[in-house]
Write a protein that binds this ligand. Sequence first.
Ligand code: SER
Length: 881
Amino acid sequence: MNKTTNEIRQKFLNFFERKGHVILPSSSLIPHNDSTLLFTNAGMNQFKEFFLGQKKICYPRIATAQHCLRTGGKHNDLDNVGYTSKHHTFFEMLGNFSFSDYFKKEAIEYAWELLTSKNWFNIPKNKLWISVYKDDYETYEIWANIIQIPTERIIKIGDKNQSKYNSDNFWQMSDTGPCGPSTEIFYDYGDKPITNSVEFLENKNDRFIEIWNIVFIEFNRISKTKIVSLPNKSIDTGMGLERISAVLQNVNSNYDIDIFQELIKKVALFSCVKDLNNISLKIIADHIRSCAYIIAEDIIPSNENRGYVLRRIIRRALRHGHKIGIKKRFFYKLVDVLIQVMGTSANILKEKKEQIEEILKTEEIQFYQTLDKGLKILNHELKKTKNTILSGETAFYLYDTFGFPIDLTADICRERNIKIDYINYKLLKEKQKKQSNIKNKFHKDYSNTVIINDTCLFEGYKKHKTASVIKHIFVKNQAVQEILINETGIIFLDTTTFYGESGGQVGDIGELYHKNSRFIVEDTKKYGNTIGHIGKIILGKMQINDNVYTKIDKNYRHSIQLNHSATHLLHATLRKIFGKNVHQKGSLVNSTYLRFDFSYSKPIKLSEIQEIEHIINMKIRDNILIKTKKLTLEEAKKKNAMCLFENKYDSIVRVVFINNDFSIELCGGTHTKRTGDIGLFKITSQSSISSGIKRIEAKTGQKAIDYLHEKDNNIKDISLILNCNQYHIKEKIHQIIKQTKELEKKIINFQQQESLDYVKTLIKHANDIKGIKFISNIFYNYEHKLLRIIVDKLKKELKKTIVILINIVKNRFTIIIGVTENLTNDVTAISIMNIIMKKIHGNGGGKKEIAEGGGINTKQLPMILNHIQLWINTQLKNKKE
Ligand code: SER
């Protein structure tokens, strides 16, 4: 069989469809609602909650072709890309899944049939080798007795470092979560058959390439040391599409399959490289895939989290472009061919093509400005490096000043067999991070130590109060039986009306109470599938199993609801005005205002802000009924519902409608009944928070009216101060500005006249050092440019002079130093400036004859001037003698 990669993907899905599997689309590369992962790294991620039994899935058998990224965390292939023939940043994983349905035997039989049957992939059986987890006798038996693989080709793989389940044949998606033993199928690329396991182990990853991993999900890893059995057993398999294509297309390297060859040829056209085996070509071909798919998920290059992963990959690709002599911007031009080669997997790229190209182009322009300079410095340092270690300081300097991600520097060093002093690099980075006090939300989520595996019924869409039962209590992050008066902690209930912070909407506040006790809820957050009420007991105590009532603060919630519904109106309006490339990048909805971040690269005009407000206020006046419906994901998609930061793969989703054609969004948040409740929508600020991302902040209801009142009051105050009515404020301010300018002019004229007098006085009091006039003086509240005029005049009049003039305004000073040309062999303006600035820690610069500077340390100035005069004295003396 010599099929295209797109045909192979389809054939895999067809096979499993025939075996009763439902074919689902690839989930997003961003694992929403899972803070343990930065990017989707395996086909099973989207089903994590189903494996753990936290949610029930409607289909017991599923197959997918999942987009995956392995660029960090537990599974990181970035450094291998280009250097091995089998690793990629982005790849597609073909997988079949069974949830409490078939288990080991069928999973193995299906895999074997697909790989070896004449009707399917038709791979010779003797080319396949098997590995199993050493204690998994059942799997061994299935391979040996049912499939009848010769036992010398079934290899038992044990644990590393004698640590249980730390094995190549025990798979886990992340530091915590579903996991289990696995069996792997390898393809033998060798010619001469071998029959012993030692040779197999020596040549694993080289001659023997793993093509399929079948995982028997039986456990949940809770922490590094704790692993628990799951009630239901499931199957999770993964086969790299690129690897199986290489086998079926009879090529040794993934980079020789059709998709990569097309990309590599295109990159080669931009460069002067003829050899299509060039590593840089492979790296670029790999990286355009990950970059395009990441951007299609609305991630943009930045210095944090996912944005930084993206930036690192783009910059690495650009550096390789530079290395193979590509002089012009090229990376974004690969998107076209990528879309052509990716077949059905390119749908998401097609939708976002313009956005992807634009973002790549911008990053290219930005990085090329520093790439050359950074490379020169690095090359210079590498030449100087005597041992084989590049200093952490240089690596950090390149990162900090030229935007060189550490793996880019490492990539260059690797080409010359040089290592980086990572320890020092990391220390410097940590230091910088502490200084700028960067708060990293991703890590904050990680540090959340309350882990709870339970559910809670949310009744807060319709009610404010409900009766409930306490199920868990945490005090100081420890599970306890009771919480006592004045203690703070987290209470988990079986039912609640409190909304747990999510989707940008803040958590509710209110109280939990029963007869003799009250717990004030100060915040509400989600913990997995349950909801934590965070607060303090102010009366009595509460215990597990107590019956309590929940009561949210109605007014607080009402204000939040207005802001949430207004956020939907804003989102829809922005897309109407600015087009479908506007995508939500984040939002905050609380009781005082709403904040909405979105992708849009052009500046926003005042008239556009007014148009947005106008449309939204019209919708408010239309008093539209806001409806919510539970739909299947497919139905929601058909209605073009916008779907952000949600788990897109729940089979049933909640959709909020504001008219059937205006705003339709997947959303779990709480909303007001009718748009009219919002009363008024007013934008209070708009800004650009990073390249291509805008932020709008707005208020609604009474808060919007209060905001306008405050503005009104300000205007009234201003008109009182200006002594005019409010319609004449502008005119009055123009008048005042004009008057001020005229006054300034007069002062300057006056000072100019005065400066001539100063020149005379300064000449009179000049010190004479062997025929050279030394003049220094401190002025107060003077025009700095007049000092320049005075210096020029003094230099002309005195012919041989050194002048230092200082001007102090409030607690700051500026300084100007002049030296006539005939003295610059002995003393220069810039050398005097440097001495002064060293003593005073200010800033200054200039040349031999003139230098200027400034600072804040004014007290020391007289003393410094004395010191300088002495220094000049010796300087001139030394030179003359
Ligand atoms: N989750 C396993 C892997 O990624 C099998 O799909 O290898």
